[in-house]
Design a protein around this ligand. Structure first.
Ligand code: HEM
Length: 262
């Protein structure tokens, strides 16, 4: 017998407003659950059926998911930091000090952003090594490996461009050394250096360029490639399961209709 609360939930779910958002309904049958996933803008990236073995902790150590988690923290804390930071030479360093000493919870916000950035770099490498160790980069997942390399580069570039923004001595000289390295690229080195800094020196132009790259261009590129990365996991038949592993076979036997839905 259902309780009063359950009856109210049922009424809400049967109502017009709920059905206008969740068209498939949210019944308990397998079909309803599959439709709910297929018709939801966020969930439709995932397969409607997966093998148990694919989603066990031991398969991936959830390293990709954790990388994505740090990315979300960075987006949220980054937007909050943008409310206090001006990308101009006289203001940038003062804004950092204000965050440290004046803004309530400013130091926490800044540190959360910095620590998450370092954690993301660590996790993206760990995720890549785990994928490599399991051999999950092989056919048909080679393209997703390439997308992964693009994501690795974007992660490193995000880290690098964020470095200049505090406009302190460490940032200034680190970017001077880093951007000078780009001049060493054969033939086009000096052009890359000029393009990156908006001139030949680390000055106001460079600060503005790094700000736009860090806050707009690179995050948008990351979101685009993460979406492709997730969509490809589904199109490649879900996460990789070692066929020689007897537990993979056991999964199929315990769930006869478990198949890799495209
Ligand atoms: C922003 C960076 C990245 C994010 C957010 C991300 C996210 C994910 C997620 C959530 C998964 C599902 C499995 C899991 O949780 O581990 C996954 C799988 C995968 N990732 Fe990444 N990833 C990133 C970077 C990379 C890099 C650098 C590589 C390799 C160069 C890579 C290659 C792959 C491959 C091949 C799979 C499929 C693995 C399988 O089938 O088991 N990813 N990624």
């Amino acid at each position: 017998m259902s309780t009063k609360a359950e009856q109210i939930i049922e009424q809400v779910r049967a109502g017009r407003v709920w059905r206008s958002v969740f068209r498939s309904g949210t019944g308990q049958s397998t079909l309803h659950r599959a439709l709910a996933i297929q018709q939801n803008i966020f969930l439709h990236l995932f397969a409607t059926k997966v093998r148990k073995r694919m989603v066990r902790f031991s398969a991936t150590w959830y390293l990709g998911t954790l990388t994505f988690g740090t990315f979300l923290i960075l987006v949220i804390t980054g937007i909050l930091l943008m409310l206090y930071y001006h990308p101009s030479v006289p203001q940038a360093y003062a804004d950092m000090k204000d965050l440290q000493f004046v803004v309530s919870s400013g130091l926490f916000l800044r540190n959360l952003h910095r620590w998450s950035a370092q954690l993301m770099v660590f996790l993206v490498f760990a995720h890549m090594f785990k994928v490599f160790y399991r051999g999950a980069y092989r056919t048909p997942r080679e393209f997703n490996w390439v997308i992964g390399i693009v994501l690795l580069l974007i992660t490193l570039l995000l880290s690098y461009t964020g470095y200049l923004l505090p406009w302190d001595q460490l940032a200034y000289w680190a970017i001077t050394v880093g951007s000078n390295l780009s001049s060493a690229v054969p033939l086009v080195g000096s052009k890359i250096h000029f393009l990156l800094l908006g001139g030949n020196q680390v000055n106001a132009n460079a600060l503005l360029r790094f700000y736009v790259l860090h806050c707009v261009i690179l995050p948008l590129a990351a979101i685009l490639f993460i979406a492709i990365h997730f969509w490809r996991i589904r199109k490649d038949g879900g996460l990789y399961v070692q066929q020689s592993d007897p537990r993979a076979q056991a999964d199929v036997e315990s769930e006869p209709d478990a198949k890799e839905v495209q």
